[in-house]
Design a protein around this ligand. Structure first.
Ligand code: 5AD
Ligand code: SF4
Length: 445
C-alpha cells in the first residue's frame, strides 16, 4: 500500500452504506463489500439514515465518471459541516485513486475492484488516522478472502469471470479490471449452492467477458461456460440461469447448443455488437464483422428460436461517417432486438481511440443516438406487444406499489406486473395481457 499522509483519528463506524454505480458486476461487488462490513459487526444504514461509513462503488466506463465522484463526495458533507468516513471503490478508484486522494481530503480509503477484500482493514487504518490506497490486482485473492454467502434475494448475481483481454480501442475495462481471470469451478459451485440455500431461485452468472470463462470440472475435464451452466442446472432448487456480458467471439458451439438443451437457461442473450459497419468495427478492434455477427445470431436462433436478443451500441466512434452509422441502423433492423443499450462515444483517457483523429461533433452524436434509440425503442415495444396473449413463468421478485400487486420477470427478462397471491421467490404462471415499452401487465393463472 503506498504511503499516505496521516490524518486525525475518526470514530469507528457502526453503520455503513454502499452506493454502487454502473454495471451488474459493481452491484455484485457492492453486495460483497456489504457482507464484509457486516461480518465486522457493522450494520447497513436504514433508508434515510445517515451512515458513519459511505462506500462509493464507482464506474469509469463513460464520461464525467470522475467529476461525478467528486460531486458525490461533496454531497456527503452534512449540514453541520461533518462528513462520514468515505471510501471510494470500483473502477474510478482503480484508474484515478492517487488523484482522488490528493484532491479530496475527506476520502480516507481508495480501493480498486480487485482489492476490496481489504476494505475492513483499510477502514480500521482510517479510524486510526491512516489514509490508504489499494489498487493491486492479485488474481483470486479477493474471492478467497470474502465471507461465505448467507442470504439472497430470489435473483442473485454470481461473478464467475473478471477482466478483459479483448482491448476494444474505446474501452477502459482492460485497464481498470485487468486481464481475464476465471474463478475456479469448485468455488462457483459452492457459492451457487449457498446462494440457493439462502433463497436464490435465479442466478445470473457475471463477467466482463462471461463467456470466456474456462475451468476444469470435478473430473478434471476442461469446460467452458456451458459446462458450468449444465452443472448448476442440476441443482433442483435452482430454477433459472442467465449470464452476461458476452463477446461474440466467445460464443462457442457448446454454449449455443446449451440454449437449445438446458431448460433452466433462460431464452435471453445480451450480445453487444457496438456498430454495424465493418470499418468502424475494425477500428474498434472488435474482431467480428456485421455479417459474422448476424450469422452467429442465426446459429443461436436455430438452437433456440424463442431467444430474445439484447445488445450494446456506441454511436459517434471517431471517424464514423453518416453512411457508416446507417449501417448500424440496418443491423438493428435486421436483428429485431428485444432490448438494447446505446451510448454516445466517450473518450476514455489512456485508450487508443481517445487519440484517434476525427472525433465526431457532439450535435451529430446526439442526432445519431436519437435515431438509434428510436429504432431500438420501436423494436422493444414490438417485442413486448408480440408477447401479449402468451402464458409464461414469472419469478416473483417483489411487491409493487399497489396493494396486492406483484412484480417479476418473464423468461425473456421483461418486467411483468400482476395482481395475485404468491410468495416472493415463487414461480407462477402468468398470462401476459397488455404491453408497454418497459413492462407487461399480466393475470396470474
Ligand atoms: N464510450 C461509450 N460507450 C462505451 N462503452 C464502453 N466504453 C465506452 C466508451 N468509451 C459501452 C459499450 C459496452 C458498454 C458496457 O458500454 O457499448 O458494451
Ligand atoms: Fe471493453 Fe471490449 Fe472488453 Fe467489452 S470486450 S469489456 S467492450 S474491451
Amino acid at each position: 500500500m503506498p504511503a499516505t499522509p496521516a490524518t486525525s483519528a475518526t470514530p469507528a463506524p457502526k453503520t455503513f452504506r454502499v452506493k454502487s454505480f454502473g454495471c451488474q458486476m459493481n452491484v455484485y461487488d457492492g453486495e460483497r463489500m456489504a457482507e464484509l462490513l457486516g461480518a465486522e459487526g457493522m450494520t447497513a444504514a436504514a433508508d434515510g439514515q445517515e451512515a458513519d461509513l459511505v462506500v462509493l462503488n464507482t464506474c469509469h466506463i463513460r464520461e464525467k465518471a470522475t467529476e461525478k465522484v467528486y460531486s458525490d463526495i461533496g454531497r456527503l458533507r452534512r449540514n453541520d459541516g461533518t462528513a462520514p468516513l468515505i471510501a471510494v471503490a470500483g473502477c474510478v478508484a482503480q484508474a484515478e485513486g492517487e488523484e482522488i486522494m490528493a484532491r479530496a481530503p475527506s476520502v480516507k480509503v481508495v480501493v480498486g475492484p480487485q482489492a476490496y477484500h481489504r476494505l475492513p482493514a483499510m477502514v480500521a487504518d482510517a479510524v486510526a488516522g491512516k489514509r490508504g490506497t489499494e489498487t493491486d490486482m492479485p488474481a483470486e485473492a479477493k474471492f478467497a478472502a470474502l465471507p461465505k454467502r448467507r442470504k439472497s434475494a430470489p435473483t442473485a448475481f454470481l461473478t464467475v469471470q473478471e477482466g478483459c483481454d479483448k482491448f476494444c480501442t474505446y474501452c477502459v475495462v482492460p485497464y481498470t479490471r485487468g486481464a481475464e481471470i476465471s474463478r475456479p469451478f469448485a468455488d462457483l459451485v459452492e457459492e451457487a449452492k449457498l446462494l440457493v440455500a439462502g433463497g436464490a431461485r435465479e442466478i445470473t452468472l457475471l463477467g466482463q467477458n462471461v463467456n470466456a470463462w474456462v475451468g476444469s470440472d470435478a473430473k478434471g475435464c476442461n469446460i467452458g461456460l456451458d459446462g458450468l451452466i449444465r452443472t448448476l442446472a442440476a441443482d433442483p432448487d435452482l430454477q433459472r440461469i442467465r449470464y452476461t456480458t458476452s463477446h461474440p467471439n466467445d460464443m462457442t458451439d457448446g454454449l449455443i447448443a446449451a440454449h437449445g438443451e438446458v431448460d433452466k437457461l433462460m431464452p435471453f442473450l445480451h450480445l453487444p455488437v457496438q456498430a454495424g459497419n465493418d470499418r468502424v468495427l475494425k477500428a474498434m478492434n472488435r474482431s467480428h464483422t456485421a455479417d459474422s455477427y448476424l450469422k452467429l445470431l442465426d446459429r443461436i436462433r436455430t438452437a433456440n428460436p424463442d431467444i430474445a436478443l439484447s445488445g450494446d451500441f456506441i454511436v459517434g466512434f471517431p471517424g464514423e461517417t453518416d453512411a457508416e452509422f446507417e449501417d448500424t441502423l440496418r443491423l438493428v433492423d435486421a436483428v429485431g432486438y428485444a432490448q438494447a443499450f446505446s451510448f454516445k462515444y466517450s473518450p476514455r483517457p489512456g485508450t487508443p481511440a481517445a487519440t484517434m483523429a476525427d472525433h465526431v461533433p457532439a450535435p451529430v452524436m446526439d442526432e445519431r443516438l436519437q435515431r438509434l434509440q428510436a429504432a431500438l425503442n420501436r423494436d422493444q415495444l414490438a417485442f413486448n406487444k408480440a408477447s401479449v396473449g402468451k402464458t409464461c413463468q414469472v419469478l416473483v421478485e417483489r411487491r409493487g406499489k399497489l396493494a396486492g400487486q406483484l412484480l417479476g420477470k418473464s423468461p425473456w427478462l421483461q418486467s411483468v406486473h400482476f395482481m395475485g397471491d404468491a410468495e416472493i421467490g415463487q414461480i407462477v404462471t402468468v398470462e401476459l395481457v397488455d404491453a408497454g415499452p418497459n413492462s407487461i401487465a399480466g393475470h396470474i393463472i
